[in-house]
Design a protein around this ligand. Structure first.
Ligand code: FE2
Length: 364
C-alpha cells in the first residue's frame, strides 16, 4: 500500500497568545529558544505580530492579534494562550490537503503559495480536535527566514546557547469523554496513521481520576499524537479540568527531546522554569522498576526526573508546570534510550503529582 500522506516531520508549533512579545521573551529567556524571525506591522503585516523561536530542530511561533475583532483575539479570549497549529512538513501541501479533505477532513486553509525574493512556500491546513489545526508546509523551495512576510532577527547580544532541547517528540491532545476513538479513527482515515500503544484506564488511574489514552503515529514513527479522554474517577479528572478551562479540546502538552536531560533540566530550573513535584517515595523503588541506567540516580532524584522502561529500552522524562494562568498547556522534556513508549509506568506518579497541583487550585 502506498503512503497517501507522506510527511517529512514536524514543521512548527504555533501558539496563539494574548501577548506574543512577552510570550516570545518567556520562550527565549526561560526555555532557551533563539528568536529567528518576526512578522508584524513593521514588516507590513497589519493584523498580527508573530515571533519565530528556534532551538535544535524545534520551531515555535507565538502570535497575537493587533485588534479586538480578530480570530486570534477570539481564540485567546476563549482558550487563553494555547496551541493553534501543529504544523507538519510535507513534500506536497496541495496533495496532502486534497488527500485529507477527500477522506473527510475539514479544510481550513486552501492550498496556496506565498513568495518573496527568497523563494516560495506552499501552504494548506486542515482542522483537527477543537480549534486546533494541522498546517501542511512545503518549504523546499525557500531559503528565507521562516516564511515570506517575516524578517530575520539577528540576536541581540550573545547568541542564546539554549538548554539542549533538540526536537519535538510528541504532541498530546485532550478531547471530550467518549471522543477519543473518533479522533483515533480520524488520524487513521485522514492521515493514514496507526495506533501505537493502548493504555487502559486501569493503567492510568489514581484514587481520584483516570484517563484513557491512545497514541497515533505516522508510518515512520516520526510524528506521534497521543490522544487523551477523561475516564470516570471519584473527582474531576485533570483532563476534565483542562477541557473546562481551555473551553474544549486542545493540545495538552508538547514533548521535546534532549540528549542530556540532567543538564537540560538544571539549565531550565536556573532559568526559572517550574516542574511538577514528584514524591520522594517515587525514588524508593524506581531503581528496581527500571533497572540499570547510564545516569546517576542521585541526579535524577535531585532534579525530580522520572524514569521508565519498556521492551526496547528506557526513557527519562519530566513535566513542567502549566505555561500560563489557565491549567492547560504544559511541556515535557524527554530523553530516550531506546524506549519508544511514553512513560506509562510514570503516569500514575505523574497524575498524583498533577492532582496535588489541581487540589491547590481548588479544582479537585
Ligand atoms: Fe508526553
Amino acid at each position: 500500500m502506498t503512503d497517501f500522506m507522506p510527511l517529512d516531520g514536524w514543521d512548527h508549533v504555533e501558539m496563539w497568545v494574548g501577548n506574543a512579545k512577552q510570550a516570545a521573551f518567556f520562550y527565549e529567556q526561560a526555555f532557551g529558544f533563539t528568536q529567528t524571525a518576526y512578522a508584524g506591522p513593521e514588516t507590513g503585516v497589519r493584523d498580527r505580530a508573530s515571533y519565530v523561536l528556534e532551538q535544535g530542530e524545534i520551531r515555535f511561533v507565538v502570535t497575537s492579534a493587533m485588534r479586538e475583532d480578530h480570530e486570534i483575539a477570539h481564540h485567546s479570549t476563549r482558550h487563553g494562550d494555547g496551541v493553534r497549529d501543529i504544523a507538519l512538513a510535507v513534500p506536497d501541501a496541495t496533495d496532502a490537503y486534497r488527500q485529507a479533505v477527500q477522506r473527510g477532513a475539514r479544510g481550513v486553509i486552501e492550498p496556496h503559495t506565498v513568495e518573496d525574493e527568497f523563494g516560495r512556500v506552499e501552504l494548506s491546513a486542515i482542522g483537527t480536535y477543537g480549534d486546533t489545526i494541522h498546517s501542511f508546509v512545503n518549504r523546499k523551495g525557500y531559503e528565507g527566514p521562516y516564511l515570506p512576510g517575516y524578517k530575520s532577527v539577528s540576536p541581540n547580544g550573545p547568541t542564546n546557547a539554549g538548554v539542549g532541547l533538540l526536537a519535538v517528540d510528541h504532541c498530546v491532545g485532550n478531547v471530550e469523554l467518549g471522543r477519543m476513538d473518533h479522533w483515533v479513527e480520524f488520524y487513521e482515515r485522514v492521515m493514514g496513521f496507526t495506533e501505537m500503544l493502548h493504555f487502559s484506564d486501569e493503567a492510568i488511574s489514581t484514587e481520584y481520576s483516570a484517563l484513557m489514552s491512545k497514541v497515533m503515529s505516522d508510518g515512520q514513527g516520526k510524528i506521534k499524537f497521543p490522544i487523551n479522554e477523561p475516564a470516570e474517577g471519584k473527582r474531576k479528572s485533570q483532563i476534565e479540568e483542562y477541557l473546562e478551562f481551555y473551553g474544549g479540546p486542545g493540545v495538552q502538552h508538547v514533548a521535546m527531546t534532549t540528549s542530556n536531560i540532567v543538564e537540560t533540566v538544571e539549565a531550565l530550573k536556573e532559568r526559572g522554569i517550574g516542574f511538577l513535584e514528584t514524591p520522594e517515595t517515587y525514588y524508593e523503588d524506581v531503581g528496581d522498576r527500571v533497572g540499570e541506567i547510564d545516569e546517576s540516580w542521585d541526579d535524577l532524584r535531585r532534579l525530580r526526573i522520572l524514569a521508565d522502561r519498556d521492551d526496547d529500552g528506557y526513557l527519562l522524562q519530566i513535566f513542567t508546570k502549566t505555561a500560563q494562568d489557565r491549567p492547560t498547556l504544559f511541556f515535557e522534556v524527554i530523553e530516550r534510550h531506546g524506549a519508544r513508549g511514553f512513560g506509562d509506568g510514570n503516569f500514575k506518579a505523574l497524575f498524583e503529582a498533577i492532582e496535588r497541583e489541581q487540589a491547590l487550585r481548588g479544582n479537585l
